[in-house]
Design a protein around this ligand. Structure first.
Ligand code: PDD
Length: 287
């Protein structure tokens, strides 16, 4: 039986309960993180925790836990759920807690609800195993102006995700009302154009992905490919030699078909192959 963490206790998932007045349930008033553990070792934990506190700050929610206090909790959860394998993701969610009534006002003196669980995680990038790649569609970005906050209010992401599911593809890549590529329903987007690795710049229209930042950092340290953070159009996507989507749970997925048309050769491209190798070495601690 899975063990989860809820407000200071490790308990079986079936026993974990929150009030119907929890503001996460009523308003989606909370934030979250997904942190992958490879062989029980968190990847980019500091970066995930830093983003958690940025999200908390953005919604004016303070918690007792200090950034350095999470490691122990994550390790305990991992060991309690070790039967699920060596690769797991931590899902951490913090809401503004349970008010006395349903009110739009942020309540005073209410303890935030802190919840964490593990989810099995199957690394997509494996040594000596070809990647099947994924397909994507483009959709209109219909979300709000604070996509930089990792908010649990995810309807704006679920709608495009559902479109992707209905189309039988891996991801929906969103294009905003000014024709700019923003991000996937739950991933960041990269394209390869003339040998350059290009991704939209950080802004309040996208989530600053930890995987996105890691790829930019690995590419900069390696210096084989030039990276650019600049706006991309739907046309750039159509002309791209390669398209990738990135996230902590999916790593780097080469997109081999966009809106029913092959991307580049219709197979994972050489730049993806190279960068996936750098990522895998970093992840596995062999670089
Ligand atoms: N999602 N953009 C959006 C909208 C996301 O939801 C995610 C990740 C990313 C990539 O961020 P990172 O590289 O830090 O995982 C970008 C997580 C995995 C999820 O919601 O499950």
């Amino acid at each position: 039986m899975s063990q989860v963490y809820l407000n200071g206790e490790f308990i079986p998932v079936e026993e974990a309960q929150i009030s119907v007045l929890d503001r996460g349930f009523l308003f989606g008033d909370g934030v979250y993180e997904v942190i992958p553990l490879f062989n029980g070792k968190p990847l980019q934990q500091e970066e995930h925790i830093a983003r958690l506190y940025r999200s908390l700050d953005a919604i004016d929610l303070s918690i007792d836990q200090k950034p350095e206090e999470w490691s122990k909790l994550f390790q305990t959860l991992f060991f309690l759920n070790k039967d699920d394998g060596d690769n797991q993701s931590i899902y951490l969610q913090i809401t503004r807690g349970t008010g006395k009534v349903r009110s739009h006002n942020y309540p005073d003196g209410v303890k935030p609800t802190v919840f964490a669980m593990t989810m099995p995680f199957i690394p997509g990038i494996q040594a000596n195993q070809p990647h099947a790649g994924g397909k994507a569609i483009t959709v209109a970005d219909q979300r709000w102006q604070r996509c930089d906050i990792k908010s649990i209010s995810l309807l704006g992401n679920l709608i495009p995700h559902h479109s992707a599911v209905q189309a039988g593809v891996t991801e929906a890549i969103q294009i905003d009302d000014q024709g700019r590529v923003t991000e996937g329903a739950s991933s960041n987007v990269f394209v390869i154009c003339d040998g350059r690795i290009i991704t939209p710049p950080l802004s309040d229209r996208i989530l600053g992905g930890v995987t996105r930042a890691l790829i930019l950092q690995l590419a900069a340290n390696d210096s084989r490919y030039i990276c650019e953070e600049r706006e991309l159009s739907a046309n750039d996507l159509q002309q791209a030699d390669e398209i990738w989507i990135t996230s902590s749970s999916r790593e780097i997925v080469p997109i081999i078909e966009l809106d029913g048309v092959s991307v580049g050769s219709g197979k994972p491209g050489p730049v993806w192959e190279y960068m996936a190798g750098l990522y895998r070495s970093y992840r596995d601690g062999t670089s």
